[in-house]
Ligand binder design. Structure first.
Ligand code: GAR
Length: 224
């Protein structure tokens, strides 16, 4: 797990929507802050803006239609099996879920154990799931943020790699808070990828350590 990876690291991004985190990673790669190459951008949604972003940067984009798998008792596993084939064919070393709104099954989780990351717009373990910015406001939180974590079978449960924190302001709506959090997402996701590319992440139970033995999950506090 702490071993050095290919240079540049071979990355696939799974995305269902707008793809702003994908864009942040593309920009960080193009800007030289992240030593990786995106070898596939895959979506379960044909019209995902993420696929358009991939095309605009000359990256291979693939729509994998869930419909042919629907109705089978193992539809989710079968779909993930199709994704796994693509990922293995392309020798993918790290899978990034970036606004991928489909629960991944053991088929992918086991094949990419400690090699698949997700970004989530809350300070996990608070508020896993959906509509989490609204939940943070409704709960009266003073801080919220985002988390990059390794993916395990439990939704939003895997070992935390990095977190970014932002204040929750009195006048916040879910939209204004989401926008503030998103700025942090675009910082910590590329950073987590680069730490992985450098072979510096080591999973020790629930904790992710950097190769000097220090936790890397330090909070980045934003005053904006
Ligand atoms: C991001 O805020 C990401 O954290 C969230 O979806 C958004 C995708 O935005 N992911 C989840 O809620 C996953 N549980 P993007 O498509 O612009 O990157």
């Amino acid at each position: 797990m702490s071993a050095k990876r290919s240079s540049p690291l071979r990355v696939a991004v799974l995305a269902s929507g707008r793809g702003s985190n994908l864009q942040a990673i593309i920009d960080a790669i193009e800007g030289g802050q992240v030593q990786a190459q995106i070898v596939a951008v895959i979506s379960n949604k044909k019209d995902a803006v993420a696929l358009q972003r991939a095309r605009a940067h000359g990256l291979p984009d693939l729509f994998v239609d869930p419909k042919p798998f629907a109705g089978r008792p193992d539809s989710r596993e079968a779909y993930d099996g199709a994704l796994l084939e693509i990922l293995q064919q392309r020798n993918v070393e790290l899978v990034l879920l970036a606004g991928y709104m489909k629960i991944v099954t053991a088929v992918l989780v086991n094949a990419f154990a400690s090699r698949m990351m997700n970004i989530h717009p809350s300070l996990l373990p608070s508020f896993p799931g959906l509509e989490v910015q609204k939940k943070a406001i409704d709960w009266g939180c003073k801080l919220s943020g985002c988390t990059v974590h390794f993916v395990t079978e439990g939704v939003d449960e895997g070992p935390i790699i990095l977190q970014g924190a932002v204040p929750v302001l009195d006048g916040d709506t879910p939209e204004t808070l989401a926008a503030r959090i998103l700025e942090q997402e675009h910082k910590i996701y590329p950073r987590a990828v680069q730490l992985f590319a450098e072979g510096r992440l080591k999973v020790d139970g629930r904790r992710v350590l950097i190769d000097d033995g220090k936790p890397v999950g330090e909070a980045i506090i934003s005053s904006s």
